[in-house]
Ligand binder design. Structure first.
Ligand SMILES: [Zn+2]
Length: 223
């Protein structure tokens, strides 16, 4: 079920009050329009009526795709320490309430960035799995290890033969694209499976580049 509330938000720049609909829950199967709005960054984004200042609402959002068995808990947060506390909290709360029983065979994700939320939706919509994607990102970034620190890789798009990643180099302020053959995706996917990685969740999971690096270390003997 998709849930919203009306909120009056004071612009952080000019103090003008703007009324906005804040969404706390979106179920993609029931609300395709809302999902489309989310993917075009129109959900929980505040735009000031007076000065056009744009900002993300600090409100959490739960994204649910019943068909794909995907549940993403998004809490906006830029601070790593705070993010790991929030992650611990959601695991604790879910354990206490026993609600995870309703999500067997699901992929449960915790994210703190809007871009990250949209990327996860895109990955699963295209029939891929983010655990494999994060490993591929590590492999892409390791092609130029001395530049890896300043770079961010994001899943972009896909066709029948390849997956395309967008690479942002924050130091050089440049964008690149990098293509990975679908065969490589499938090979990594099988290797991960053999090494015991599950393509479903037993609890909330934080699947990011660090997670991908950890998986790669686990299957490193095959490379
Ligand atoms: Zn304003």
């Amino acid at each position: 079920m998709s849930i919203n509330s009306k909120q009056s938000i004071k612009c952080p720049k000019c103090a003008q009050l703007t009324e906005i609909t804040a969404w706390s829950s979106i179920t993609a199967d029931d609300s395709p329009d809302l999902k489309a709005d989310l993917l075009s960054r129109r959900i929980n984004i505040f735009k000031c009526e007076a000065c056009s200042h744009i900002a993300l609402l600090p409100s959490p959002l739960l994204y649910h795709d019943k068909e794909k068995k995907l549940l993403i808990s998004f809490t906006p947060c830029n601070d790593n320490t705070m993010a790991s506390q929030l992650f611990d909290n959601i695991k604790k709360t879910s354990k206490e309430s026993g609600e995870l029983k309703n999500y067997e065979d699901y992929n449960l994700r915790f994210v703190t960035g809007y871009d990250e939320l949209l990327e996860k939706i895109l990955i699963f919509d295209n029939g891929y799995h983010d655990k494999v994607i994060e490993v591929l990102k590590v492999l892409i970034l390791m092609q130029e290890p001395d530049k890896a620190d300043g770079r961010v890789a994001v899943f972009g798009k896909t066709d029948a033969n390849a997956l395309e990643f967008l690479i942002r180099d924050n130091k050089e302020n440049q964008f690149y694209t990098s293509k990975i053959p679908l065969d490589s995706y499938n090979t990594i996917s099988e290797q991960l499976l053999k090494s015991g990685v599950k393509y479903r969740s037993f609890d909330w999971e934080l699947i990011n580049l660090d997670y991908g690096a950890g998986l790669l270390r686990g299957i490193n003997n095959v490379f």
